[in-house]
Design a protein around this ligand. Sequence first.
Ligand code: CP3
Length: 335
Amino acid sequence: MKNRIFLDALNRKNQKGYVPVWFLRQAGRYMPEYRSIRSKYTDFFDMIKKPEVCCELTLQPLRKFPLDAAITFSDILTVPEALGSKIQFISGKGPVFSDSFRNSPDMKLKFNSDDQLSYVYEATKLIKSKVDVPLIGFCGSPWTIFTYMYYGKSPKNFNQIQDYVRNNSESTHEKLNIITEITVEYLRNQAQSGADCLQIFDSWGGIVENDYHEFSLQYVDKIINSLHDSIPVILYARGLKIKPFTKETSAKIFNLNVNENIGEYINEEIAIQGNLDPNIFHENDNYLESLAEEIFEKYSQKYNYVCNLGSGLTPDINPDKVSVFLNKLRFLNSK
Ligand code: CP3
């Protein structure tokens, strides 16, 4: 590996005066290179079940931009797919499942064998052999996976699941436990296949804000405690302010949302990633270059900071704007 600065920052020991950077959803629909490959497949899963395609999609943003980490091209919904749900991505609608806990409360979580996810491990091995920056493996949190399986799609109105989990707490915890066990295996296998760090996406953690520990955080902690101490794990609790729970979780690295304030966290015994608003890429080039300067000035001497976004790059973003920011940051980093 040529450049380990990202991993050093996660371990709170980056002393290079260099701000490592990668972006949530750095591969994907805002890139013409991605759209061109995507157009060859009707089905998203057909595409991601091909390790050589995942590898190519992972490398696309690394060829185009100066980035300090790679993230395996895949999806958090590989786990429910392996549990027997048929999932389609319908343009403009997001994921649509063939079945859901909401419509079929007796739906079984059928997990036959870990072989069903071996395409992710094959992709991880292949990618690892081609990159000279750290590779990030990832998964959804058990709660987020449960949320998708409950609604059978991206949730819009949260009352239903909130009522459901309170009235069916035993069966909810049973399902969360099963998803947790599978996720531990899933992450262990990604690490064994070459992932240098892992990120847990708790994209729907915000829905259970008041019972966050009971329905989500305790399972995230179970996962982190089941993994080897040497592998850094980043928690991204989307839509949640993390202050109330940074001290009561095993997570030590957090991806901050856009509405957080890095200053509140940067001097704590944790590492911080994220927080930038992806809408900055709609600003002009001067703005983007001065923002890169500001970030470099504020954080290049911090040992625990990774530049990233508070939510993913969206399809409306112009990749040239992403280049302006990243080229400026790399210029400052290499001075
Ligand atoms: O480069 C990378 O960042 C790796 C790729 C990646 C994808 N999904 C590819 C993808 C990652 C890290 C994810 C994670 C993911 N998937 C999350 C967590 C991140 C977050 O923002 O909270 C979530 C909630 C999902 C579930 C998911 N997958 C949805 C809701 C959708 C459809 C809408 C959308 O935002 O794209 C997907 C499909 C998906 N995953 C696409 C890509 C590039 C688009 C599918 C297509 O091309 O048709």
